[in-house]
Design a protein around this ligand. Structure first.
Ligand code: HEM
Length: 299
């Protein structure tokens, strides 16, 4: 049994660091491998959960025998004003836990250990907002799989290349809360497709075909394209939004849901949520199993 990185499945942390690094060009394989292995092995406080994931190019360099064939970089989707841009980076580090100070110390120590091989190019500090709500005020995660279902949805099954690992998608979204909150509660509920206080799915008569639920609840040949979402709000007064983060056993599920949200399916309908929030980054990653991660120095 290939054990996953445990931090993927630990829920409810109050403090989150999302750090995206770009590899410096011209590194020797040995330099990259040994620096990364040291950074991954740094002792962290017990209160910090860490999840490491790698872009396709970086993982290919690190572990050519362990690359799932479907792994690929994120590609821009949509057109004109309504675009999900690709900003693919090399390494994603997600630190989370209830002790913000410990997360900060871990983020500083790991970034310093990586400095010779990678530069930090995107950093978002996330936090638990009320009872797991997005900053729009809606509960985020209601339809997430529960219990054993989380692993079935998120992990590459035993027997396949990358078993115990997971495909990951990340996107920084910037919210325009003033325009969203200018809507009545009923209109907001029709943007999301659920009620605001208690996250009950709207019934068929009230559910618009461009609601977020309508566009993200995608079925292909009857099979629901389920994700395990771990998104968290980030930011302050000047800039805020959602760092969308999701895990899947099948990278194509991300493509299919994004196509449905960004008007790239036959019906051409876009997700109404994209009128109130804008993605400004987009990457696909591979989060290897715990064993593959800890053997990076010797692969
Ligand atoms: C601004 C960005 C986003 C916000 C604020 C947001 C928020 C929400 C909320 C409030 C729900 C309903 C409650 C729930 O089931 O969790 C939801 C559902 C969902 N979202 Fe998002 N979301 C965002 C972006 C995305 C993206 C980029 C994807 C995938 C590419 C996605 C996939 C899903 C899925 C699969 C569901 C469950 C649909 C269902 O089966 O009912 N979301 N989201």
């Amino acid at each position: 049994m290939s054990e996953p990185q445990a931090g993927i499945f630990i829920e409810g942390a109050a403090s989150h660091f999302f750090l995206e690094y770009q590899l410096i060009e011209g590194l020797s394989e040995q330099q990259l491998r040994s620096t990364l292995a040291k950074a991954i092995a740094l002792p962290l406080s017990d209160e910090v959960n860490s999840v490491w994931a790698f872009g396709a190019d970086c993982w290919q360099q690190l572990a050519p025998a362990c690359v799932p064939s479907a792994l690929k970089p994120f590609a821009t989707i949509g057109s004109g004003q309504r675009l999900a841009p690709a900003t693919q980076h090399s390494i994603l580090l997600w630190l989370h836990g209830n002790n913000h100070s410990a997360n900060f110390d871990a983020a500083m120590a790991i970034s310093s250990a990586l400095a010779a091989v990678a530069s930090l190019c995107l950093e978002k500090i996330g936090f638990l907002y009320k009872d797991s709500r997005d900053l729009s005020g809606f509960i985020d995660g209601t339809e997430n799989p529960k219990g054993r279902g989380q692993q079935l949805v998120a992990l590459i099954p035993e027997g396949e290349v990358g078993a115990g690992g997971s495909f990951v998608m990340s996107q920084q979204w910037i919210h325009n809360l003033a325009s969203f909150h200018a809507l009545s509660q009923s209109q907001q509920e029709e943007v999301i497709g659920r009620t605001k206080p208690d996250s009950i799915e709207l019934d068929d008569e009230r559910m618009p075909e461009n609601s977020h639920v309508s566009r993200s609840d995608v079925k292909i040949n009857g099979e629901a394209q389920k994700l395990y979402r771990r998104s968290v709000p980030y930011g302050g007064v000047l800039e805020h939004g959602l760092y969308f983060l999701a895990f899947s056993c099948d990278i194509q599920r991300f493509d299919r849901i994004l196509a449905s949200m960004f008007g790239c399916t036959d019906d051409g309908i876009h997700d109404h949520l994209t009128d109130f929030s804008t993605p400004v980054s987009g990457s696909y990653w591979f989060a290897p199993s715990a064993a593959e991660l800890s053997s990076i120095g010797s692969l």
